[in-house]
Design a protein around this ligand. Structure first.
Ligand code: FAD
Length: 439
């Protein structure tokens, strides 16, 4: 059997190596438009300020790894067309075209930067920060530029802004919404991290950009000078080849829970895909692409395996603070959400190096866990992963409030902050239920 994978990024490469682990015979092809083997996009923002981490260090695999696993990686080659009825691809390498037949095809083309329609943007130079090539462009010009303007305060924008500030640059971070990281954090939680960031970043919230000129951004109430402009306003699914081939798409390539598209023997995963009829769409994350690849490897080899229910758990590190979330935030929950919050220490209060941690849990009136957000100086990852598992397994906040958690004064307080946040949510919930009964 020949399996062709379009796109050698996180999802496509994980899939290829997973397939090879389970099947020594299958012919596995990856067709990749760029000159790169798989690398870690998630590390790119940190290459700005971390002297010990260069772009050359962030490759996950080299050419020999593919060859040793008998995975045929065709680099510098773009798939231009899919012909589903002939099970054939048209490839382009520079000015040469060729064909490749497949038995099963996986589209893992990722995403491309969304560039907002701002007046004047088409007349000025700017960079995106979505792949190793446009990141290199930013790094190559670091010495020449002092003032940076970044439009879009999502994950990537905030990470890049913080790294540039650490590098000693003057940084303005411009966001249309009223808080940073608006797709993962509630405004009150975002406020905690903004407090730290605003010491060395000029954060402009609810910003309305009227026009961009060479080295100048004109907002409705002020202007911002810059030497270099970076746009980080989101990623859109790369789905053109699917559209051309008549494969059903919406915002992404539509797939069912097994990764199957509207065409037989054609699958998709990762940033380019969209789960049909899903209440919660999987986020555009490496973690999501990876678990989807693992599941799809089994399906392709005949053991139908559904993609795990997305929890969209994520974490980032900004300065010395970890920011993590799972599920939805208040703005994304349509029905009424009740929150429970707790701010305290990561160890017993009397331990000198105990660090701050804040947790917010969101639930509905039935106590179902809808989302959680954590901001803390340590021990954030383990806790958000507990929430992710609880979310995936459909646990409620009573389960979390009753969790038995490990205790040692140097490791955690006797009542874990997760448990206390859940108890606070329950207190509110019970109060609201009693009030409802009384009326
Ligand atoms: C700066 C940055 C930081 C991030 N940080 C995190 C993080 O901390 N945690 C996290 O979970 N996620 C993070 N992400 C997101 C994560 O990198 C993506 O979700 C993940 O890479 C998606 O994997 P993918 O395989 O779908 O797409 P990609 O990894 O983008 O791979 C798609 C590949 O397809 C190739 N391609 C496209 N079209 C064609 C074609 N027609 N023919 C051949 N090849 C083609 C592209 O060249 C590309 O190599 C970050 C992303 C960025 C940009």
């Amino acid at each position: 059997m020949r399996i062709a994978i379009i796109g050698g990024g996180v999802g496509g490469t994980t899939l290829a190596f997973q397939l090879r682990k389970q099947d020594k015979e299958a012919e596995i092809y990856i067709i990749e438009a760029s000159e790169h083997t798989e690398y870690s996009p998630c590390s790119m923002p940190y290459t700005i300020s971390n002297e010990e981490l260069g772009l050359d260090d962030i490759y996950i695999f080299n050419d020999e790894d593919y060859a040793n696993n008998n995975i045929k990686l065709i680099k510098n080659t773009r798939v231009e067309d899919i012909f589903p009825d002939k099970k054939k691809l048209k490839l382009r390498t520079n000015s040469t075209t060729s064909e490749l037949f497949y038995d099963k095809l996986v589209i893992a083309t990722g995403g491309h930067p969304f560039i907002p329609p701002i007046k004047g943007l088409d007349k000025v130079e700017y960079s995106a920060f979505t792949n190793i090539d446009n990141t290199k462009e930013v790094l190559d010009k670091l010495a020449d530029n002092k003032r940076y303007a970044i439009i879009g305060a999502g994950f990537i924008g905030v990470e890049v802004a913080h790294s540039l500030a650490e590098k000693g640059k003057t940084v303005s971070l411009i966001e249309a919404k009223d808080s940073i990281l608006p797709s993962i954090l509630d405004k009150d939680m975002a406020g905690l991290i903004q407090e730290h960031l605003k010491e060395d970043i000029n954060i402009q919230l609810e910003a309305k950009i009227k026009e961009i000129k060479e080295n100048l951004i004109i907002l409705d109430n002020k202007t911002i000078d810059y030497d270099s402009l970076i746009i980080t306003t989101g990623i859109r699914a790369s789905k053109d080849i699917a559209d051309k081939a008549g494969i059903e798409t919406d915002k992404g390539i539509l797939i069912d829970e097994n990764g199957q598209t509207s065409q037989e023997d054609i699958y998709a995963l990762g940033d380019c895909s969209q789960l049909r009829d899903a209440k919660i769409q999987p986020a555009q994350l490496a973690s999501v692409a990876t678990i989807q690849a693992e599941a799809l490897s089994k399906t392709l080899l005949g053991e139908e395996t559904e993609f795990p229910k997305p929890t969209n758990v994520s974490i980032t590190k900004i300065r010395d603070i970890f920011v993590a979330s799972v599920g939805r935030n208040s703005q994304q929950i349509k029905d009424r959400a009740i929150s429970g919050k707790y701010s305290g220490k990561t160890k017993e209060d009397f331990i000198p190096d105990a660090k701050n941690i804040s947790i917010k849990i969101l639930t509905n009136m039935e106590g179902r866990l809808l989302g959680a957000q954590i901001i803390g100086e340590e021990e954030v990852l383990g806790r958000i992963d507990v929430f992710s598992l609880a979310f995936q397994k459909g646990m409620d906040i009573y389960d979390i409030a009753n969790a038995e958690t490990a205790y040692h004064p140097f490791c955690a307080p006797i009542f874990d902050p997760m448990v206390l946040a859940a108890k606070n949510a329950i207190r509110k919930l019970e109060f609201l239920k009693t009030r409802k009964k009384d009326h």
